[in-house]
Design a protein around this ligand. Sequence first.
Ligand SMILES: C[S@@+](CC[C@H](N)C(=O)[O-])C[C@H]1O[C@@H](n2cnc3c(N)ncnc32)[C@H](O)[C@@H]1O
Length: 296
Amino acid sequence: MHIPVLQKEVIKYLAPKTNENFIDATVGEGNHSLEIIEKIKPKGRILGIDWDPEVVQNLKQKLKRMGLEERFIVVCSNFAELKKIADRYNFQADGILFDLGFLTWHIEESKRGFSFQKDENLDMRYNPKENPLTAQEIVNKFPFQKIVEILRKYGEERFARRIARKIEQERRKHPITTTTQLVEIVRKATPPWYHHRRIHFATRTFLALRIAVNDEIENLRKALIQVPEVLSLGGRLVVISFHSLEDRVVKEFLKDQSKKGIFEILTKKPQTPTPEEVKMNPRCRSAKLRAAKKIK
Ligand SMILES: C[S@@+](CC[C@H](N)C(=O)[O-])C[C@H]1O[C@@H](n2cnc3c(N)ncnc32)[C@H](O)[C@@H]1O
């Protein structure tokens, strides 16, 4: 099961009240939103967005079982379409939440190659129906220099060149189609000491490919600029990011909006999980939460 991250802080900054409406732009399994919906009773509604069709299907079934489907609408879409989706449902939000990245479900059950610990097809798309770019396409077709850039920029991988070089050598022999093949390539490309550290040696390569496949930084940028149009006056924005590039996009966006007098920043410094939360849920170790309020 996916353990929601920084749940107390999300509620603190979104501050949901009776009959308010919220957009959960990365609704996932609805863990955060199910807490919000309790607090906006009896008429408050949630518009949940997720790009992954299977995740959306699972959540719709869960909400039906719980009898919540009237007040909790779920849409399968990229949050880069935020304004269009809100308009379609005539939805003005008192709060918007972005909890970026992926679910434990993606790693454990999706069978789309998100995990370097499973032997799966190298895919990594949240939405295989809409997104034509797979991780396979990148490793088999992209030029050497482009792969180096992806591994460096999104993975901060110090052995980016060596890994890209090995990918180039291997793909000349046969196509790279599975996670196991890729892990083996990274292993061969990196020195032995790199294989015995706390973080698995393929972590950064897999992270970088996932971000590139799903264009995660650009989609976030596109979504954030639409937030002021969708949020009511006094509405709150909360973003949880897991990557320094994402956090930088959020920080710059909020700085710019606060300069223009549109948002008041509520978190002078990003909120991070306590050591206890990290112990219970190691995945959240890099989480950073930033929040702001629309004041104009
Ligand atoms: C960390 S999970 C959210 C978990 C959720 N807050 C919960 O409590 O269950 C992030 C979700 O965002 C979705 N996602 C990733 N990129 C997206 C995008 N561009 N548009 C919409 N959803 C996206 C993923 O499919 C995933 O389900």
